[in-house]
Design a protein around this ligand. Structure first.
Ligand SMILES: *[C@@H]1O[C@H](CO)[C@@H](O)[C@H](O)[C@H]1NC(C)=O
Ligand SMILES: *[C@@H]1O[C@H](CO)[C@@H](O)[C@H](O)[C@H]1NC(C)=O
Ligand SMILES: *[C@@H]1O[C@H](CO)[C@@H](O)[C@H](O)[C@H]1NC(C)=O
Length: 345
C-alpha cells in the first residue's frame, strides 16, 4: 500500500510541477512578447521620423525624441542615415584644412589677435562667420588674405538660435561648413594655434586612425556638473561616466561616418532649445558649480564625444595639443592688410 501511495503522490507532484512549468512558460512568453511589442513601438514608431532615428541612445539609455520637423535640416546638411552611411573618407593634405571662426563686435578685438597670430603661421583658407559685426570690422576682414566672410543666416533657424548665448549658432556653422569641406577646425575668437609641424603630427595621427575624427579641446571641468540636467534628457548620461571631463574651445572635424553621426545629434540638440539651452541654464558656474551651470555646445559635444569614444578607448584618451585659448588679449587698433605671402617662410 505504502509504495502505491508514494508513487501516486509522486506522479501528482510531478503533474503539479509540470503544470506549473507550463503556466510559468505561458506567462513568461506572454510577458516577453508584450514587452517586445512595446519596445518595438518605441523604436519603430515614437523614435522614428520617416525612417530616421530621432532618439539618441547610449548603452541602454534612450533619450527623448527630437521633433520630426528638424528632419529638413538633416537633409540640408547631408546628415541623414543614408548620407552618413555613404560618407566617403577622403585623404587630405594640411593645405586643404579650413579654419572656421566667428565673431560679433564685442569679441572682435580678441579676434584681431587670433587672426594676426594665425596668419604668421598658416596661409590656409579661413571662413569667418559674421554674427554681428559693423562695417569697419568687415572692411578689416576684407583685407586679410584667403579669408571668406559669411553672414550667418539667423532667419534660417528656430528663434532661439538668434540668442547668441545659446551657442546654437556654433553647431549650425559646423553643419553648414561640413556640407562643402571635408576637414576643418572650428576656433573660438581667443584661440592660438601651435606651429604647423605640431598640427601636421596631429593630421598624421588622424589619417593613421590613431586620433579621433572629431576632436574637441582640452579637458576642463567635470562634465556632469557643467551640464544642465535638461540636456541629459535628450543626450543621456551613463552614471559610470560621472567623473569624466568636459572639453572646450576648439573642434577638429574630419568627415567620416562617426564624426557625421556625432554632428547629426549635435545639430538636433542645437535646434532644440530645451536641449542646447534648457530654461534655467547659466554659463557662469562658480565653484562649486551652481545649479543651472551649463556649457551649451561644449556640453553637448562633450557628452557626444564620450558616447562615441568611450573613456576606455584609445581615441577618448588621445589628445594632441594643437591650440589653446588665450583670453583677454585685446587689439584695439584696426588690422593692417595681411598678405599671405609676406608671412610665410
Ligand atoms: C536665409 O534663410 C531664409 C530662410 O530659410 C531664406 O529664405 C533666405 O533666402 C536666406 N538668406 C540668405 C541670404 O541666404
Ligand atoms: C567619482 O569620484 C569620486 C570622488 O573622487 C569617487 O568617490 C567615485 O567613486 C567616482 N565615481 C565613479 C563612478 O567613478
Ligand atoms: C603678395 O600678395 C599680395 C596680395 O595678396 C600681392 O599684391 C603682392 O604682389 C604679393 N607679393 C609677392 C612678392 O608675391
Amino acid at each position: 500500500m505504502r509504495p502505491e501511495w508514494l508513487r501516486l503522490s509522486k506522479s501528482v507532484r510531478l503533474l503539479i510541477i509540470f503544470a506549473s512549468i507550463i503556466v510559468l512558460l505561458f506567462l513568461l512568453s506572454v510577458d516577453h512578447s508584450s514587452q517586445g511589442t512595446s519596445q518595438n513601438v518605441i523604436a519603430e514608431k515614437s523614435c522614428k521620423c520617416k525612417g530616421e532615428t530621432f532618439c539618441f541612445q547610449v548603452e541602454n539609455l534612450i533619450g527623448e525624441m527630437f521633433d520630426c520637423s528638424l528632419l529638413k535640416y538633416l537633409k540640408e546638411f547631408h546628415l541623414t542615415e543614408s548620407d552618413i552611411a555613404n560618407t566617403e573618407i577622403k585623404n587630405f593634405n594640411y593645405k586643404e584644412v579650413v579654419f572656421i571662426s566667428y565673431s560679433s563686435s564685442n569679441h572682435f578685438s580678441e579676434s584681431r589677435q587670433m587672426l594676426t597670430d594665425f596668419r604668421k603661421k598658416f596661409q590656409n583658407k579661413i571662413i569667418y562667420y559674421d554674427i554681428g559685426l559693423n562695417k569697419g570690422e568687415l572692411a578689416e576682414l576684407a583685407n586679410v588674405c584667403n579669408l571668406e566672410v559669411r553672414q550667418f543666416n539667423f532667419s534660417a533657424y528656430p528663434a532661439h538660435v538668434q540668442t547668441l548665448g545659446t551657442y546654437a549658432f556654433k553647431v549650425m556653422i559646423e553643419a553648414e561648413v561640413s556640407v562643402s569641406y571635408n576637414v576643418f577646425w572650428m576656433a573660438d575668437t581667443s584661440l592660438v594655434f601651435q606651429q604647423l609641424p605640431v598640427l601636421q603630427q596631429f593630421y598624421l595621427d588622424v589619417k593613421n586612425g590613431k586620433a579621433p575624427e572629431f576632436m574637441i579641446g582640452q579637458k576642463v571641468a567635470k562634465e556632469i556638473q557643467f551640464t544642465h540636467p535638461g540636456m541629459r534628457r535628450y543626450i543621456p548620461f551613463p552614471g559610470k561616466y560621472r567623473n569624466e571631463s568636459q572639453r572646450e574651445a576648439v573642434l577638429f572635424f574630419r568627415a567620416t561616418p562617426t564624426s557625421k553621426t556625432i554632428l547629426k545629434w549635435a545639430v538636433l540638440c542645437a535646434l532644440t532649445k530645451e536641449c542646447i539651452a534648457p530654461s534655467g541654464s547659466v554659463l557662469y558656474c562658480g565653484s562649486p558649480p551652481a545649479s543651472g551651470c551649463h556649457r551649451f555646445d561644449q556640453s553637448s559635444s562633450s557628452l557626444l564625444f564620450r558616447s562615441f569614444y568611450p573613456p576606455d578607448t584609445a581615441h577618448y584618451k588621445y589628445y594632441h595639443h594643437c591650440a589653446k585659448p588665450v583670453r583677454g588679449v585685446l587689439i584695439k587698433i584696426p588690422l593692417s592688410p595681411i598678405h599671405c605671402n609676406q608671412t610665410l617662410s
